[in-house]
Ligand binder design. Structure first.
Ligand SMILES: Cc1cc2nc3c(=O)[nH]c(=O)nc-3n(C[C@H](O)[C@H](O)[C@H](O)COP(=O)(O)O)c2cc1C
Length: 431
């Protein structure tokens, strides 16, 4: 049987599935129930010392895409509004009952050394396994100089991480905001401050829409809204990119990562792990379907590992990261063309329209006996994938690799030969 246990920055858990810091991990009763279902760890809903944590109604919003409910989820919630003492007592109780599970205290206090020292010292008494510094929440608390207001300034990330490391005797994860230009600077600052690892992503600034009847923002509070934080399945590709950026950056390579953002299935989780995450955190999927999804997560991961011949998570964590490279090194001689299976084609014309109106005009329609048959003009096809992406029939349009006989050649190789080299390859590819 595959071993699902993990060690993320020194925080150990029986499996890599952790509740993200959010409403599902807001009390001891919830976290214990989640552990009974099979969750490996929990990052507690962010703790602070701000007496004015007062939430609005409404506070959540969502976009449904096609038949998918909550494809994107939005919130304007603050950190926990429960008393710190209650949370600390419950963390202590959870750790006593579940000593092998990971319990991570998420923290957010003002950027003052004493405030961080105080909360770290109080939390250490609970026996929690690690800290996660919330430098990510983009709404509400950021207006008070916390959360994303810290995570958007590398100097502050480094400074506050140092404050925490001065007192912490347990591992420290820094939770990063995606609301920045280049996440690598934030991760480097966390590392320089002494972080044992990073977790990402927190939520993305968002407005969920406007009601066209009232012309007020959707999910408003008395007709008004402030931007919220976006998460759920829609954000997964953004999170995967940021995880891979940190996993491949020479300055942070090897820094443990807890991957977060749009994970709903074991397969999503494996993608995060292949790109470098040693634990994964879930919020929206749990808020949508409940704690029970972890049974499927554990079983699916175990099955996949057995099929692949992996005995433990380290056998594959980060395996895909080296395949994420700079564009300039991609092989320009790689050639794929669309191939249409006419037995399954329903003649909807979407591939033709997409190619003809918006891509490279390399599909024609053959009309015979009242039937319309799309035909790919192979020599013109640039292999952009668009027709296969718009095709409503699974497997009807596939992209087939063509052997060109040319040696791999990248943009970097081109420029070594100067513009002459570029012209020659362009001619070879485009005639
Ligand atoms: C309602 C709600 C409340 C959240 N509260 C917190 C919080 O207190 N601290 C924190 O670090 N992140 C918070 N988050 C962000 C999540 O921990 C997570 O980073 C984000 O939702 C992305 O994961 P997901 O796509 O699985 O939801 C919250 C998210 C939601 C939806």
């Amino acid at each position: 049987m595959a071993d699902l246990s993990t060690d993320c920055a020194g925080i150990k858990s029986p499996n890599p599935f952790w509740l993200a810091s959010a409403p599902p991990a807001n009390s001891g009763e919830q976290v214990m129930r989640a552990f009974e279902y099979g969750w490996g760890g929990a990052v507690w809903k962010t703790l602070g010392q701000d007496p004015a944590v007062i939430n609005t109604t409404s506070r959540y919003g969502a976009v449904d895409i096609g038949g998918m409910k909550m494809a994107g989820f939005n919130n304007i919630e603050l950190i926990t509004d429960r008393p710190l003492e209650d949370n600390l007592k419950e963390i202590y109780e959870v750790k006593k009952r579940f000593p092998k599970h990971a319990v991570v205290a998420s923290l957010m206090v003002p950027c003052e050394r004493k405030a961080w020292h105080d909360i770290v010292k109080r939390c250490l008494d609970t026996g929690c396994d690690g800290f996660e510094l919330n430098f990510g929440c983009p709404h509400g608390m950021s207006e008070r100089g916390m959360g994303a207001a810290v995570g958007q300034v590398p100097e502050y990330i480094k400074m506050v991480t140092e404050y925490v490391k001065e007192k912490s005797t347990i591992p420290v994860l820094v939770k990063l905001t995606p609301n920045i230009t280049d996440v690598r600077y934030a991760a480097r600052a966390a590392k320089q401050g002494g972080a044992d690892g990073v977790s990402l992503i927190n939520t993305i600034n968002s407005i969920m829409g406007v009601d066209l009847e009232t012309m007020k923002p959707k999910f408003a509070v008395g007709g008004k809204i402030s931007h919220g934080g976006y998460c759920g399945p829609a954000v997964k590709p953004i999170a995967l990119n940021m995880v891979s950026q940190i996993a491949t950056d020479p300055e942070t390579r090897g820094l443990p990562i807890s991957g977060i953002g749009g994970i709903s299935t074991w397969a999503d989780a494996v993608e995060f792990m292949l790109l470098g995450s040693s634990s994964v955190q879930l919020c929206t999927a749990v808020m949508h379907y409940g704690f029970r999804i972890v049974e499927e997560l554990n079983a699916g991961l175990e099955d996949w590992m057995e099929r692949q011949g992996f005995e433990k998570l380290e056998d594959f964590i980060g395996k895909t990261a080296p395949s994420v490279v700079d564009w300039k090194t991609l092989n320009l001689h790689q050639k794929t063309v669309a191939s249409i299976d006419h037995a399954t084609c329903i003649g909807c014309d979407l591939c033709f329209v997409a190619c003809n109106d918006t891509a490279h005009q390399c599909i024609t329609i053959e009309k015979k006996n009242g039937n319309r048959k799309p035909i790919v003009i192979e020599e013109d096809c640039v292999g952009c994938n668009l027709c296969s992406l718009v095709c409503p029939v699974d497997g009807c349009i596939t992209m087939a690799e063509i052997k060109t006989g040319h040696k791999p050649l990248s943009w970097e190789d081109y420029t070594k030969n100067g513009f002459a080299g570029y012209k020659e390859v362009y001619k070879r590819m485009h005639g």
